[in-house]
Design a binder for this molecule. Structure first.
Ligand SMILES: Cc1ncc(COP(=O)(O)O)c(C=O)c1O
Length: 320
């Protein structure tokens, strides 16, 4: 970890989330072995806590006492929580369409929530303007290398929890790629360290209305057509690290799938009905993508697949 003093970490027990078998959902998809890693067990209800704990520890070590962040909701809530523990004042810029439970969560940690009309990118622009105007540190989870050092731990946990083995495939919802890139960095490090001979294929899932990575992977032109999606956490038009995501996709032998809102909501329902797991739509998108990847033969029946359940349904509840 790029943090010198362990006392800088204001940990709340993030990580070490459970890996559970999804036998019924797996069977319905024709898969013999499907595992979920329940990132909803993290302290603020999403995997973002893995990154926030490192980002806020680094901020503390650099003597930072006030930060600006922009987010679709979960990262804002997570940074706000860890900032509160670290004694750092947080300003979170989020789209005004942010689910009300995420907005309430950001506010209850004492952060200032700035709601910005327009698409997700408008919140980033407003955050940057605020940073310029007030000279406050921009602790963007999307840009900070500290954040993905934290999400990298996800990969090491998978290895340890599966008995020092890795699954054949991971299927990950991707907006700006903080879990995707973190996981890739972790698996790559493990291979370089000689812990494993090969790494899982890392598949990227995006919403059909926001599919810049999928389109680039397919070699297609893409631009937003004004449609929205129920998967607000992956509504990203131009991820700053798109090329890094594409490099990881190719290097890991991964594939990319775009899914529509109906299939996202259907996957969310099936995950809850069959397995008792309540995921938010952004997170359920990965399962919709999994079904697509099985249908197209990219993932084989006897392959072992792991899907992170990245965010809790309690925070984002569109009608079922
Ligand atoms: C629950 C959930 N899953 C996945 C993602 C995608 O993360 P990233 O944009 O870093 O790819 C987000 C982003 O906000 C999220 O909230």
């Amino acid at each position: 970890m790029p943090v010198h003093d362990p006392a800088s970490f204001t940990s709340m027990g993030e990580g070490s989330t459970a890996c559970v078998g999804l036998t019924k959902l797996g069977a319905s998809l024709g898969l013999e072995r499907l595992t979920a890693k329940l990132e909803i067990q993290n302290p603020t209800g999403s995997y973002k806590d893995r990154g926030s704990v490192v980002l806020m520890a680094a901020a503390r070590e650099h003597g930072v006492c006030e930060v600006v962040e922009d987010s679709s909701g979960n990262a804002g809530a997570s940074v706000s929580a860890y900032a509160a523990r670290a004694g750092i004042r947080a300003h979170v810029f989020a789209p005004s369409s942010v689910p009300s439970a995420k907005a309430a969560q950001i506010r209850v940690y004492g952060a200032s929530l700035h709601l910005i009309d327009g698409p997700r990118e408008a919140a980033t622009e407003a955050a940057l303007a605020w940073v310029d105007e007030h000279g406050i540190v921009y602790a963007s989870h999307n840009l900070s290398p500290y954040f993905i050092e934290g999400t990298k731990v996800f990969a090491y946990e998978v290895f340890m929890q599966l008995g020092r083995r890795l699954p054949d495939h991971l299927v990950i919802p991707v907006g700006n790629g903080s879990l995707y890139r973190g996981a890739w960095n972790g698996f790559r490090e493990m291979r370089e360290a000689g812990l494993v001979d090969s790494v899982p294929r890392l598949h990227c899932v995006q919403a059909r209305a926001f599919m810049p990575v999928v389109a680039a992977y397919m070699g297609e032109d893409w631009s937003p057509d004004g449609r929205g999606t129920v998967a607000g956490g992956i509504a990203s038009v131009d991820p700053p690290h798109k090329q890094a995501i594409l490099r990881a996709l190719r290097a890991s032998g991964g594939s990319a799938a775009a899914v529509d809102d109906d299939s996202i909501l259907e996957s969310r329902r099936l995950l809850a009905e069959m397995e008792g797991i309540y995921a938010e739509p952004t997170s359920a998108a990965a399962f919709a993508g999994l079904s697509e990847l099985v249908r197209s033969g990219v993932i084989g029946r006897s392959d072992h697949v792991l899907v992170p359940v990245t965010g809790s349904g309690l925070k984002d509840t569109p009608p079922s």
